[in-house]
Write a protein that binds this ligand. Sequence first.
Ligand code: 4AD
Ligand code: MG
Length: 463
Amino acid sequence: MKRLRVRQALGSETPVESIVVKGWVRTKRENKGFAFIELNDGSCLSNLQVIVDEGIAGWEDIARVTTGASISVEGNLVESPGAGQKWEVHGTSLTLLGDADPETFPLQKKRHSDEFLRSIAHLRPRTNKFGAIFRIRSEAAYAVHKFFRDNGFAYVHSPIITGSDCEGAGEMFRVTTLDPASPEACNPENDFFGKSAALTVSGQLAAEIFATSLGDVYTFGPTFRAENSNTPRHAAEFWMIEPEMAFADLTDDMNLGEAFLKSVVGHLRTHCAEDLALFAQWVDKELDATLDTILNEDFARVSYTEAVDILLANSKTKKGKDRFEYPVSWGIDLQTEHERFLTEEHFKRPVIVYDYPKDIKAFYMRLNEDGKTVAAMDILVPRVGEIIGGSQREERIDVLNSRIAELGLNPDDYWWYMDLRRFGSVPHAGFGMGFERLLMMVTGVTNIRDVIPCPRTPKHLEF
Ligand code: 4AD
Ligand code: MG
């Protein structure tokens, strides 16, 4: 007997006899002589209505067919007389696969708070909202690969364990071996076979190796940051997509970032329409308008200096109150409130800010003629703020050497990186996009922990 996923069943062109459907019960209504079961198997947001009559094989278990229980039903897919859905299943036999005791099963048919669901992150994908998030996440990963493949980029795998700090911000988690004498204790003497090692904060430096050999490349993998994980936009473990292009400058980088975001949003709108509609209805009433803007309007482009001028000119509200918690002046790192003002209030569309002060940016960014700024760019989007951070890289070995010295980094850690400049150096540029920030943007979900399957926080480390 052929098993149909709920998605296939609901999309069927014709009735189908002798099928099996399997899934988890969302609700059951028992009437005299028959029962209606709403079945979900994770393949789509919608449930499939299953009708079973008293007396069919397995009917004796009907009382145990409760919300959350897993069942298998054999039967026929037939046209549904009721409004709302085209197809339903008339069961000829029912098998209870696993009980879900109504006294203890935590997901009953009502809205649960995100905070509560975070405490049962192992069960939350069985809710409509989190099922939708993780289907969108899966499709978004595909859209990312598709975009780069269609544009001739090669996918490279950058290391997770590394000896160099890409961002130079000291936000790394150390990797240590467990001490065999006392398995609970770590042995910092012996980090990585005698060397100091950490989890990567970015795959960029490795991507530069491959950009300067294969041409256009990208990485897509997990990255780790040991700071800031207590904001709704920062996670200690997140996934990052990092394209890197040879023979490219900052304008090419901005163009790529804009085309990339538009392409992924367009793909998701086509392929995740049902799931996205849930967020537009329940999570963010302006979601459709925001996504329309991202798709259809050119992103605003302003230099950091212009952005600071705009913020200064708007530092007071109409009523004369301070608009920002963090005061603005040339040289500050823009805070989320500043980024959100620029995209949500001032430009009302995504904004690319470029040419940042060198003192707030990483060592590898290309120094501009003015000696004060670097060829960096951040893409800011409504609700989320910074979604992409990138730059043209410093390809001049002498300038890079002096930046490394100026910032007090250890040149020995970067000998191989300097080789890329020593031998056949080329202008090149790239960026990093936080995959979870992208998902926040497309769903309107405001807490990063709700778009990661297993958020890594001190409270959430169980699996
Ligand atoms: O701006 P960031 O730190 O840039 C880099 O790491 C560069 N090496 C990227 C490159 O040029 N190849 O991080 C890039 C993006 C940010 O714009 C943000 O979307 C995301 O990564 N990000 C985080 N997402 C979640 N949690 C965190 N703690 C994040 N830190 C950065
Ligand atoms: Mg950044």
